[in-house]
Design a protein around this ligand. Sequence first.
Ligand SMILES: NC(=O)c1ccc[n+]([C@@H]2O[C@H](COP(=O)([O-])OP(=O)(O)OC[C@H]3O[C@@H](n4cnc5c(N)ncnc54)[C@H](OP(=O)(O)O)[C@@H]3O)[C@@H](O)[C@H]2O)c1
Length: 250
Amino acid sequence: MKKLHNKVAVITGANSGIGLATAKLYLREGAKVVLSGRRANALNEVAASLKGDFITVTADVSRAEDNKKLIRETIEKYGKIDILFLNAGVVLRPTPTDEITEKHYNEVFNINVKGPILAIKEALPHMNDEGTILFNNSVVTQRGFDGLGVYSATKGALRAYQRVLTSEVKSRKIRVNSIAPGPIVTPIFDKMGLPKDVSEEMGKGFAKRVPLGRFGTSEEVAKSALFLASDDASFINGIELEVDGGMSQI
Ligand SMILES: NC(=O)c1ccc[n+]([C@@H]2O[C@H](COP(=O)([O-])OP(=O)(O)OC[C@H]3O[C@@H](n4cnc5c(N)ncnc54)[C@H](OP(=O)(O)O)[C@@H]3O)[C@@H](O)[C@H]2O)c1
C-alpha cells in the first residue's frame, strides 16, 4: 500500500524547490495534494506537469485572507486535512544587522512566521485527529551565517512555536515535526538578488561547511517530509530532523 493512501496534504510554496519535490512524492504515494503558492502562473505551469489527484490554490501566506482562502478551497474540494506542510519561505538579500530595515524585517517575518501560524489557525478545525503538521525550518538556528540574522530569527521563532503547538494539539494526537535542511539546491538562492559570482562563492562556502561536501537536493528533503508525514514516523513528535549532510553536527 502507498504510504499516504487517501491522505489530504496541503503544501505551501509548492510551485518550486522543496515544496514541489514533496508534492510530487506525496502524489506518487497516493495523497490528494493541495499545492499552494503566491503566483498563479507558476502554479499553472507546475500543474501542467503533474499527475494525480491535486488542486492548486493561489495564496500569499503573509496575508490572513489568503490563508483563509487556502483552507476554504481545500475543504470545499477534499473535506478534511491530514497533512499540513508549512514550507513557503524566503531569505531575501543577505543583510548585516546595521543594514536591516523595518521593511526587510516585516517581509521576512510576515512570510516565514506569520504565514505558517495563521495557516495553522485556519487549518486546525479541519484537521483529522492523528494528522501531521510539518514545518520547514533550517540549520541556521544552529549555526551562524553572516547577513542571515533576520531569516535565522524567523526559523528560531518557528521552532519555539512548534513546541507550544505540539502540546496544544496533543489531545488530538496530531504530530508536529520540523525539517531543518542544510544548503539545498533550489531557486531560493537566485531569489536573493546577488550577483552570480557572489552567489556562487557563497554556495562554495556553504558546501565546505557540510561534512558530505555538497549541497543536498529537494528530493532528498522530500523523502524526509514523506517519512515524517507517514505512519513510519507514528511515534515521532515534536522533533526537528536535520537534513543537512551533517552540517549542524560538527
Ligand atoms: N534551499 C535551502 O538551502 C534551504 C535550507 C533551509 C531551509 N530552507 C527552507 O525551505 C523552504 C522552501 O524553500 P526552497 O529552498 O525550496 O526555495 P524556493 O524554491 O524558493 O521555494 C520557496 C517557495 O515558497 C514560496 N513563497 C515565498 N513567499 C511566499 C508567500 N508570501 N506566499 C506563498 N508562497 C510563498 C515561493 O514562491 P515564489 O516562487 O513565488 O517565490 C516558493 O514556491 C523555505 O521555508 C526555506 O526557508 C531552504
